[in-house]
Write a protein that binds this ligand. Structure first.
Ligand code: NAD
Length: 261
């Protein structure tokens, strides 16, 4: 039970990587505050998980600071104090600079950058006051490597990697650790949704290309990201802070084999 004394708040927890983290954290003994835009969907999805009696499912829009303050106060009134914060919620638009509208840019930065700022600003003071805690941010391989047609998203994820380092250096003396995970292509509804929206009729072909992107030859499973999250949120990683950890099936190692060119 690697997360036995941890109370972990996860944003964007109703599907994909967020839900996989809820499942993995419960399996390691954590209490989990699962949050997303729709609390009913969250409740439905968390109910079948082993250990679901340790989940609190709550609506939280990361772009709304008042909602964050209200949630923190409600949790405190119930005696629930977060010591692990996982900023996982995200928005994506697809396109190069000239395809990206200012509304796209504001949406992506509003959720990914300002949302992370809002939630961390809301919960960090309590974590510091109680002696410390851990912040884990979902960045992306797009934080370190420009991905085609991901102009707004990549910029937002690069910002997240640097916000992570800033939090790590600024609060290291107050018992706070901050790290981020940078996955390549993870097979989640996020991918399915944008393929349907941006590449109708080409979904299968695009999915194959996304699998080939990783030299290992397949997409990453959400549970594989959740395993790394367990480590980074547990005391096993007590000496790990300010890090960006790639899970990329070999993308950053070097050239692709010729058959994948
Ligand atoms: N899937 C991938 O290939 C991949 C790769 C690298 C990084 N990531 C990152 O991993 C994280 C999870 O991705 P996923 O693939 O599981 O996506 P997902 O779409 O399944 O999950 C994102 C969640 O964020 C929630 N969300 C959106 N706007 C919100 C808001 N304003 N307030 C609260 N919640 C909001 C959505 O409801 C959704 O449940 C994201 O940060 C994503 O950028 C994903």
């Amino acid at each position: 039970m690697r997360l036995k004394n941890k109370t972990c708040l996860i944003t964007g927890a109703s599907g994909g990587i967020g839900l996989a983290m809820v499942e993995a954290f419960l399996a390691e003994g954590a209490t989990v505050v699962a949050t997303d835009l729709d609390a009913d969907v969250l409740r439905e999805r968390c109910a079948p998980l082993a250990g679901s009696e340790r989940v609190l499912s709550r609506r939280l829009d990361v772009t709304n600071p008042d909602g964050i303050a209200t949630l923190e106060a409600e949790l405190a009134a119930e005696g629930v104090f977060v010591n692990v914060l996982v900023n996982n919620a995200a928005a994506i638009t697809i396109g190069k600079l000239l395809d990206t509208t200012v509304e796209d840019l504001r949406l992506v930065f509003g959720v990914n950058v300002e949302g992370l700022f809002n939630v961390t600003k809301g919960f960090l003071p309590g974590m510091i006051a109680r002696g410390g805690g851990t912040v884990l941010n979902m960045a992306s391989l797009a934080s370190v490597r420009a991905m085609h047609e991901r102009f707004a998203y990549s910029a937002s994820k690069a910002a997240i990697a640097m916000m992570t380092r800033s939090i790590a250096v600024d609060y290291v003396g107050q018992g706070i650790r901050a790290n981020c995970i940078c996955p390549a292509r993870v097979h989640t509804p996020f991918i399915e949704n944008y393929l349907t929206k941006y590449y109708p009729g080409e979904e299968e072909q695009r999915l194959e290309a996304l699998s080939r992107y990783q030299p290992i030859g397949r997409m990453i499973q959400p549970a594989e990201v959740a395993s790394m999250a367990v480590y980074l949120c547990s005391d096993e990683s007590a000496m790990v802070t300010g890090g960006s950890f790639v899970i990329d099936g070999g993308v950053m190692a070097g050239d692709q084999p010729l058959h994948a060119a």
